[in-house]
Design a protein around this ligand. Structure first.
Ligand code: FES
Length: 355
């Protein structure tokens, strides 16, 4: 099989030469064209994530694939996160000599020290400040043309937003120009995750300009909270949740209500609380896209004794179709073991669920 591939490549190379013979190129010892500096002390690696492809022109229209990692992010090693004062779940400005982005921070041991990783999938069409390709140094290999897109010198610094929020709509929306935002496909329409520093009252005016007349609102402007939903018949047409820091409401719960064809009276009453009617916690961010199984559900199964992906699969089906989520299941199991070893046995159950 390997021989077949090499042979096909050699045929191609030979066809490209006037004499139809392969031309071998002996490159100089490979070396990066850039150096890190005091101002750009890290290197930026760019690449892909599990559930998306290129600029998401196809994968980006799948609500199922959008569940896994809905926001553009930058992954940072824990030591670098401390060194540059960025925190998991917050925002950071990532700057190279060629451009800048504002991305969600993911702090992870998977990342090498001295390196950042940012995925290439988001563009100006589906995010306000996440065109990672624009950060890459414009140097290409002289023979293959391959860009040096794994090692651009870069800096990172925290970026603060006063408000976080989300919107859901049957039609695409144009968010206020001052907001950081990203758009993701959700069942029944479009979801927007955003953050902002502008006056909260501006969001109320904006929502009223895009929503229908059957509008329910909850506002506590002093507390930094505004929530509203407009309805068409029994289903949600547009809704907006804005809150301080990380307290906008439960995106997963509201998404599931948005997906429903018709809301019952209780669901409609509870909608603006951002909590599910039955009081159950949401399943958390989706880990297994094939079966829609969330992180919180998986952590609960691990806490209850599931110690391998196979055991999780028996209970939840997660990992039993395409298998792409199995590495993440293994990581959750390993993290839970570490957390369990670090706490008092009496606290172990809490630590596992909270991890
Ligand atoms: S993502 Fe396919 S089995 Fe989990």
């Amino acid at each position: 099989m390997v021989g077949t591939v090499i042979s096909a490549d050699m045929d191609l190379i030979a066809q490209m030469q006037p004499n139809h013979k392969a031309r071998f190129v002996a490159p100089e010892v490979p070396a990066l064209r850039t150096e890190t500096t005091a101002g750009r002390p890290l290197r930026l690696n760019t690449g892909r994530v599990r559930d998306q492809w290129h600029t998401m022109t196809r994968t980006g229209i799948s609500p199922r694939l959008g569940q896994h990692l809905p926001e553009p992010f930058v992954e940072v090693h824990p030591d670098d996160a401390i060194r540059f004062a960025v925190a998991d779940g917050d925002f950071a400005r990532v700057v190279t000599d060629y451009g800048q982005c504002i991305l969600r921070v993911v702090v992870s041991e998977r990342q090498q020290r001295g390196m950042l990783f940012a995925p290439i999938h988001w563009s100006d069409a589906n995010a306000s400040a996440a065109r990672v390709g624009a950060l890459v140094a414009p140097f290409t290999d002289p023979f293959s043309g391959q860009p040096e897109n794994k090692a651009t010198p870069v800096s990172i610094a925290p970026y603060e937003y006063v408000f976080r929020g989300f919107a859901l709509s049957r039609a695409q929306l144009e968010l206020p120009p001052h907001a950081w935002w990203t758009r993701v496909a959700v069942t029944g329409g479009y979801g927007y995750l955003f953050a902002d520093n502008a006056d909260l009252a501006g969001w109320q005016s904006w929502l009223r300009s895009v929503a229908g007349s059957d509008l329910a609102e909850y506002k506590d402007l002093g507390g930094g909270i505004y929530r509203a939903a407009s309805f068409a018949g029994d289903h949600i047409e547009t809704c907006l949740f804005v809150g301080p820091a990380r307290d906008a409401g439960d995106w997963d719960v509201v998404k599931s209500l948005f997906a429903a064809d018709a809301l019952g009276d209780d669901q409609r009453r509870m909608l603006l609380s951002g909590k599910s009617v039955d009081g159950l916690a949401s399943a958390g961010p989706i880990v297994c896209a094939c079966f829609g199984v969330g992180r919180t559900t998986i952590l609960a199964a691990i806490a209850a004794g599931a110690g391998s992906p196979a055991e999780i699969g028996v209970q939840l089906k997660a990992g039993t179709n395409c298998g792409s989520c199995i590495p993440e299941l293994k990581r959750l199991i390993a993290q839970t073991k570490v957390a369990g070893a670090e706490v008092d046995p009496g606290q172990r159950q809490f630590a596992r669920v909270a991890n």
